[in-house]
Design a protein around this ligand. Structure first.
Ligand code: 13P
Length: 255
């Protein structure tokens, strides 16, 4: 297991938080705290904050991402935003298949695959979220659920394209609940995902792919989680809304 083969990436997922003024305040406070980051830092913000975020982070190492994109290039899809629209703004990353989208907005493995395809076609980097519910974990089918989610989303994604995909293991029961997966639980599923990637793409590709953990990761538990051999970063919800907390997680990921 050689972590140096893949970039460590800490990404904030602001979800539906922060208006433009609040976004500017948070980023202005955050930038000096992460200027010497030893990992890649990404902020995934609401669509309405993207321009502000891009302007404020220009010339810094911090990258900006969106939280979703549609699969079509354009058309009659009221309320949706295309991957190409994001790319044209200067956005580099997009979260795909977050469990809140699957849970509340009818996202399926099929639509997740289509959105990831669109993101890759537009030249974006995708942060592909997978994770089991509490019910599925208790039924002992975590690995089966994860395998289906990963395989369906990556069907048709080439090894070359996978360079622009980060996987994020986010157990649904750990999101926003304060109930983090233990280091062992998270490490185990991340290891399972890497094994799956090795079967699908070969060992070398699996070794170079960044696999994050997300779900109540915070300034206190980040170092332990990130010390796991297969956890290469984090997708951070609540703690990404406070500059000192997010900066502490970034510091914990520095190598
Ligand atoms: P929390 O860090 O608030 O649990 O959210 C995790 C998450 O959903 C990141 O995408």
């Amino acid at each position: 297991m050689n972590k140096t083969k893949r970039p460590a990436v800490i990404a904030g997922n602001w979800k539906m938080n922060k208006n433009r003024a609040e976004a500017a305040t948070l980023i202005t406070e955050l930038l000096p705290l992460v200027k010497d980051a030893g990992c890649e830092v990404v902020l995934c913000t609401p669509y309405t904050d993207l321009e502000t975020s891009l302007a404020l982070t220009e010339g810094t190492g911090v990258k900006i991402g969106a939280e979703n994109c549609h699969w079509a290039e354009s058309g009659a899809f009221t309320g949706e935003i295309s991957a190409e629209m994001l790319r044209e703004l200067g956005v580099q990353y997009v979260i795909i298949g977050h469990s809140e989208r699957r849970q509340y907005f009818g996202e399926t493995d099929e639509t997740v695959a289509k959105r990831l395809r669109a993101a890759l076609n537009a030249g974006l980097k995708g942060i592909l979220c997978v994770g089991e519910t509490l019910e599925q974990r208790e039924a002992g089918i975590t690995e089966e659920v994860i395998a289906i989610q990963v395989k369906k989303a990556l069907a048709g994604v080439t090894a070359e394209e996978l360079r622009r995909v980060i996987l994020a293991y986010e157990p649904v029961w750990a999101i926003g609940t304060g109930r983090t997966a233990t280091e062992e639980q998270a490490g185990e599923v991340n290891g399972f995902i890497r094994g799956l990637l090795a079967r699908l793409y070969g060992e070398a590709v699996a070794e170079r792919t960044t696999i994050q953990y997300g779900g109540s990761m915070n300034a206190k538990n980040a170092a332990g989680l990130l010390a796991q051999p297969d956890i290469d970063g984090g997708l951070i919800g609540g703690a990404s809304l406070k500059a000192p907390d997010f900066a502490a997680i970034v510091a914990a990921a520095g190598r």
